[in-house]
Write a protein that binds this ligand. Sequence first.
Ligand code: NAD
Length: 369
Amino acid sequence: MITEVLSINELKKEAPVFGQLSFDNHEQVVFCQDKDTGLKAIIGVHNTILGPALGGTRMYDYKTEWDALNDVLRLSRGMTYKAAITGLNLGGGKAVIMGDAKKIKTPELMRRFGKFVHTLGGKYYTAEDVGMETSDMDTVREVTPYVTGISEAKGGAGNPSPVTAYGVYMGMKAATKFAYGDDNLDGKKILVQGIGHVGEELVRLTSKEGAKVIISDINEERLTSVSKAYGVEIYRGDDLYSEAADIYAPCALGATVNDETINKLKVKVIAGAANNQLANEDAHGALLQNKGIVYAPDFLINAGGIINVYAEIAGYGREQIMSKTENIYNTTLDILNRAKATSITTNVAAIRIAEDRINARKKEQKSAL
Ligand code: NAD
C-alpha cells in the first residue's frame, strides 16, 4: 500500500487529495456549500457493497476544513465496518456540517443539507449524530426520504440511545465472560465515563445487575441526578484512568485509550459506547493486548443505534431490533476468541470479519454480472 512506502509529505505531494491520511478507498466524497444558509458540509460515502451508506450527520465547529474532512473520512469508514459486522445490509457513510450548532443551525440550513443528501438518490442515508436532534431529522425528511432517526410520531424508530446502551451492556457481559470465565456483573467494579444518553442507561442496566458502578462526567448536575437515581458512587479523584477497577466504560469522548492512559489503566476489560476509543487503532490495540486488557471493539458493541435506525429502512419492529442487539453478545465473544486463537488484536479480528463479509458480497455481485 502506498502509505507504507512514502512519508506523509511525499504522500501528500504524490496524491494531494486521495493521499489524505484518512482516505481509505472511499467511493465518493461530496462537498456541499450554500452561502444563503451558511451551510458548509461534506458527505463521505465509504462503501456501498452491502447496501446504501448509512451514517449520522455531525455538526461541529471544526478548527479547520481539513479536520472536518478527516473526521468524515474516518467516521464513514467506521460505519462500513459497524454495519458489516452487525450483519446489516448497509454500507458506510457519514456527513459533517461545519459550524457551532447553537449558532448556525436553522431549519433552512437543515433543509438545504437535506436537498444535498437527496441528490445522491439513496446512495447515502443520513441520521442523527453529535449536534443533531430528532427534530432536525424531521426537518430533513421534509425534503428527502433518505433520512433515518426521525421521530416516532412521524413513523421513525425513535431514540436510539437506550438500544445502543443495551448493545454495550451485551458486549460488556461477553468481554467479562472472556476475561473472568463468567458474564455476571454482580460485584464487578465499573467506571462509567460520561453519563449522557447512553451512559445513564448503561448505569441503570449494570447497577440493576449488582455491579459497583462509579460514574464520572464534566456535568455536575447530571452526576448528582444519576447518582441519586441509581444509588451509584460519583468519582471524586483526580485521575479516573488510575483507578483500580474491573471494567472501564468510555461513554463520552473518543481517543481516551492512548499512550498515556494505557500505562495507567488498572482494569481487565474496556467496553463502552464512545466511537474511536483507541487513539491509534493498531498501536493501542497492540498495547492493550500486551497488557492483557480485553478490549471489546467500540464499533461492534455500540451498534445498537444503527440497528435501531436500520429498522426504518428494513421495516422490522422492536422485537427484531432487540434480538439483533442482543446478538452483539455472541459476536463479541466470537471475536475475542478468534483474536486469542490467532494472536491478533480484537480490533483487527473484528475488522477482518467485517471485510470478509464485504468481500464475499463483492464476489457474489461480480459473478452475477
Ligand atoms: P451525550 O452527549 O448524551 O453524553 C455524553 C456525556 O459525556 C455528557 O454527559 C457529557 O457531559 C460527558 N462528557 C463530555 N466530556 C467529558 C469528559 N471529558 N469526561 C467525562 N464526561 C464527559 O452522548 P451519548 O449519546 O450518550 O453518546 C456517548 C458516546 O457514545 C459518544 O461518543 C457517541 O458518539 C457514542 N455513540 C452514541 C450512540 C447513541 O445511540 N447515542 C451510538 C453509537 C455511539
